[in-house]
Design a protein around this ligand. Structure first.
Ligand code: ACO
Length: 333
């Protein structure tokens, strides 16, 4: 699916918030669970540490402060939101949705609220969906949350996955603005590649002896990721009539530093335009892009007028890119 914003449709991000759990888990900390080293993890992934939720924290507990901050930045309250989408593969539970739980806690009494599952690409899918509902007149103001507590679904005896992931969430408010923000989206899925990254005992297929941990063919996902980050970005830029030289800020999914380096080189993006948080947070799945946006806002790179390219990829296998002309200065906490 690919599309560019139509004339007269001006929708943008007006609020941005993020939250990671307080508990820091270093590479050395993981040595008590699996046979690994700090050196191996840094070299192969670029990750130094990640955040992990405590036993009594669920996704909604992490997403709530991120959402409150996004609402505050936008200058609105929960009651002003009429669409709330939470992109996640680790909701508090299958139902009620984390979207409904958050809507209640935020006082978003008029919001349609639900969860969306597209692996680590979830935030990009949710952004596009919210944009489409606003552009189509179904909603006026959306809260889009991307977040995961992947530590809950990791096999703590599998070194090939345990070291890669972390927990965190980000949230954005999107609504109509005077000048065009979102310029276009490209989303895709390839179910044939799904078995490269899967959570077998999480639904109706396997339920006798739930296999409740992530399984991954790292090399296949690596090959997919290096190809799709480049291709999806090129597709959306071409559709919107911009080139890589026009891009001011590049926000790729934070899976692995080697994957990001490859995409950056192939696309020809100078390193100072690339936002990185994988070193501090690991792969936070749907949280990765909104957390990186918050970093870029904090360090002053997201000024009004800047052209921002975001590309996600993940389980499904799925991918998604968005181009947005940043329209508002924000300083998330
Ligand atoms: N510590 C030490 N050694 C390890 C570890 C570890 N944590 N994990 C694997 N190894 C070993 C392997 O057993 C293997 O040993 P062997 O040669 O004796 O068999 C060796 O290291 C090399 O393993 P490879 O799998 O070939 O290592 P590779 O360079 O491919 O790196 C990695 C592995 C980091 C997982 C890489 O394939 C990768 O990043 N893939 C993409 C992962 C990803 O992005 N997943 C999520 C994306 S989508 C989403 O966000 C949900």
């Amino acid at each position: 699916m690919i599309g560019a914003a139509k004339d007269g449709i001006a929708i943008s991000i007006t609020g941005l918030g993020c939250k990671v759990p307080d508990r820091v888990v270093t590479n050395d900390d993981l040595k008590q669970y699996v046979d690994t080293t700090d050196e191996w993890i840094r070299e192969r992934t670029g990750i130094r540490e990640r955040r992990m939720a405590s036993r009594d924290e669920a996704l909604s507990d992490i997403a709530l402060p991120a959402s409150r901050d996004a609402l505050e930045q936008a200058g609105v309250e929960g009651k002003d939101i009429d669409l709330l989408i939470v992109a996640t593969v680790t909701p508090d539970m299958s139902f009620p949705s984390t979207g409904a739980i958050l809507a209640d806690k935020l006082g978003a009494v008029d919001a349609a609220a639900y969860d969306l599952s597209a692996g680590c690409t979830g935030f990009m899918y949710a952004l596009a969906q919210a944009y489409g509902m606003l552009a189509g007149g179904l909603a006026k103001r959306a809260l889009v949350v991307g977040g995961d507590l992947l530590s809950r679904i990791l096999d703590w005896e599998d070194r090939s996955t345990l070291v890669l992931f972390g927990d965190g969430a980000g949230a954005v408010v999107i609504e109509a603005v005077p000048e065009r923000g979102f310029l276009g989206f490209e989303l895709g899925a390839d179910g044939a590649g799904g078995a490269s990254l899967w959570l077998p005992g999480s639904g109706s297929r396997i339920f006798d002896e739930p296999e409740r941990f992530v399984k991954m063919n790292g090399r296949e996902v690596f090959k997919f990721a290096t190809r799709i980050l480049v291709q999806s970005a090129q597709n959306v830029m071409e559709r919107c009539g911009v080139t890589i030289d026009d891009i001011d800020v590049y926000v790729p999914h934070q899976a692995n530093m080697r994957i990001i380096d490859h995409a950056t080189r192939k696309l020809g993006v100078p390193s100072e335009k690339v936002v990185i948080n994988v070193d501090r947070y690991g792969n936070t799945s749907s949280g990765s892009i909104p957390l990186a946006l918050a970093d870029a806002a904090q360090d002053g790179r997201l000024k009004p007028g800047k052209l921002v390219l975001m590309t996600g990829m993940g389980a499904g296998l799925t991918w998604g890119s968005a181009l947005i002309r940043w329209t508002k200065e924000m300083t998330p906490a």
